[in-house]
Design a protein around this ligand. Structure first.
Ligand code: PEP
Ligand code: MG
Length: 568
């Protein structure tokens, strides 16, 4: 039975649909009947227009007007007579339609991408999309339309990109299996947000299955079964029912405070990526937003979002939360989070490179636009600023100086904002952990990012399946680091939260309670599970367990001991 990474809990059972990326290869043959070839091109263009119009309409209804406008722009471009005219000229020179499309599109792509203007650069990526679509039509390649799969489908793909995920209709997708991606990859985070069971990093998954095979996806244990025997199938149907029943039972925690078994109140916040997710946080009874991953505003866009666009997004989130805290993390790009239109140079070690707060401090205009929009939104609720990937005190000081400049400007312009807006930082690098005492003097609060803290402490790429066995927040080094950070924050008297995925791990929660963590920020769908676990432990019991496991030598021993002590 194939094994992978348990990325999104629950049991999914359904029929396989493979998503295969085709190579767009063609033979560059000389054309004799050029009139027929021009006709073939014209038919492909008409088909492209019809499909694009239909897709734009679908996206307009399901997602929004702005997203549909990107596709409508493609229609305008392909309708420009210069474009098809150039292709026709190449066919007159005996080139095939595929070669004509490739050459003409590449010419426009080169032209637009060499321009300085951001809008023009974006045109290059639009034309690249048009080229791919036209070639697929000419080569008769049919992509699976993820938005149209039948109910009870298990999607199997090499990787699940954010654009694929945005097409998923939750009711129709029973499970997800991929060949790459780790527990904290963004595809995993999105699968959890959609509450679809997912097992990632299954070696050679696409070759293990055929379309229409029956698959079981056990997203809790990280196991998959293909065409299972009758008894296995009935066991998993039962497990699925159990899981659903337990989820129902958790509803008794809705509307309740988050209290430990001995009555201490803890904060249970949510991680979100878009202002719309804030609604989900409210529905799931989150008590605030501990992490608004602002890079999704940049990633789900075709251009750098303006101050006004960002301001509206932060304002919407803060208003949705109705006075509860919203912690906006400033742009955290680089590493596994690419934004194509920023044209970042490829680096040998992107996780150790030009990214997050480093990129922002070096691109001060862009950073100030973001900070200004967050600070303006602070007039509409309780908002805090959080810096990602901090490694030294200077970074916090520099960012705080920019915040002060912006506050002065806003004051002079008579624009309202919260004068006491706090600037805190994520502690997610080994360096930040080691100097947590120094950072605690500069930052108004900490939030521990265990996804990266594990990566940087263990020197293990968080998305690499080959070294995934080392990637665990239960490694003694990571646990010591977490304990140390919390201790430094407590000693300095600043609040400390955790927004990495470990904050929702039932095995981790008692340890965090013992270490003295104040705020737990989790995926909205895990709020009630976390509240339930917290309600089962007293500080005394948690301390006893922490004393025991913190004296252990290996991750394996620690996880075993925690599993044994777990309260169901
Ligand atoms: C983290 O690193 O733990 C974190 C919350 O941030 P991200 O997963 O977005 O890097
Ligand atoms: Mg991080």
């Amino acid at each position: 039975m194939p094994q992978g990474i348990a990325a999104s809990r629950g049991i999914g059972i359904g029929s396989v649909c493979r998503i295969i990326e085709h190579e767009l290869k063609f033979e560059n043959k000389k054309i004799e009947d050029t009139a027929a070839e021009k006709n073939r091109l014209q038919e492909a263009v008409e088909k492209f227009k019809a499909e694009t119009t239909e897709m734009a309409e679908d996206i307009r209804q399901r997602i929004g007007k702005k997203e549909a406008e990107i596709l409508e722009g493609h229609l305008v471009m392909i309708s420009d007579p210069a474009m098809v005219g150039e292709m026709d000229k190449m066919i007159d020179n005996k080139q095939c339609a595929e070669a004509a499309v490739t050459a003409v599109c590449d010419m426009f792509i080169n032209m637009f991408s060499s321009m300085d203007d951001e809008m023009m650069k974006q045109r290059a990526s639009d034309i690249s999309d048009i080229k791919t679509s036209l070639l697929k039509i000419l080569l008769n390649i049919h992509d699976i339309e993820i938005s149209k799969v039948a109910p009870g489908t298990v999607l199997v793909a090499k990787d699940l990109t954010p654009s694929m995920t945005s097409q998923i209709v939750k009711e129709n997708v029973a499970g997800i299996i991929t060949e790459i991606g780790g527990k904290t990859s963004h595809s995993a985070i999105l699968a959890r947000a959609l509450e679809i069971p997912a097992v990632l990093s299954v070696p050679d998954a696409l070759n293990l299955v055929k379309d229409n095979d029956t698959a079981i996806v056990d997203g809790t244990e990280g196991e998959i079964f293909i065409n299972p025997a009758g008894d296995v199938l009935s066991t998993y149907i039962r497990k699925r029912e159990d899981f659903i029943r337990k989820q129902e039972e958790l509803k008794k925690f809705l509307g309740k405070e988050t209290l430990t078994a001995d009555g201490k109140k803890l904060d249970l916040f949510c991680n979100i990526g878009t202002p719309k997710d804030a609604k989900k946080a409210v529905e799931c009874d989150g008590e605030g937003i501990g992490l608004f991953r602002s890079e999704f505003l940049f990633m789900n866009n075709s251009h750098l979002p303006s101050e006004e666009e960002q301001f509206n997004a932060y304002k919407e989130a803060v208003e949705t939360m109705g006075g509860k805290t919203v912690i906006v993390r400033t742009l955290d790009i680089g590493g596994d989070k690419d934004i194509p239109y920023l044209n970042l140079t490829k680096e040998d070690n992107p996780f150790l490179g030009y990214r997050a707060v480093r990129y922002c401090l070096d691109n001060a205009d862009m950073f100030k636009t973001q900070l200004r929009s967050i600070i303006r939104a602070s007039a509409f609720g309780k908002i805090k600023i959080m810096l990602p990937l901090v490694t030294c005190v200077d970074e916090v000081r520099q960012a705080k100086a920019l915040v002060e400049d912006i506050k002065k400007d806003l004051e002079n312009e008579g624009i309202p904002f919260d004068k006491n807006i706090e600037v805190g930082c994520m502690i997610e690098t080994a360096s930040a952990s080691l100097i947590a005492d120094l950072l605690a003097k500069e930052a108004a609060f900490f939030s521990i990012g265990t996804n990266d803290l594990t990566q940087y402490t263990m020197s293990v790429d968080r998305g690499n399946p080959k070294v995934a066995y080392l990637y665990s927040a239960f490694q003694p080094s990571v646990l010591r680091s977490i304990r140390h950070i919390i201790q430094c924050a407590n000693e300095a008297g600043i609040p400390v939260g955790m927004c990495g995925e470990a904050a929702a791990d039932p095995l981790m929660i008692p340890l965090l309670m013992s270490f003295g963590l104040d705020e737990y920020s989790v995926n909205p769908v895990l709020v009630l599970t976390a509240r339930c676990i917290i309600s089962k432990w007293t500080k005394e019991e948690a301390d006893k367990l922490a004393d025991k496991v913190m004296a252990m030598d290996t991750e394996k021993e620690i996880v075993e001991a925690l599993k044994k002590a777990a309260k169901d």
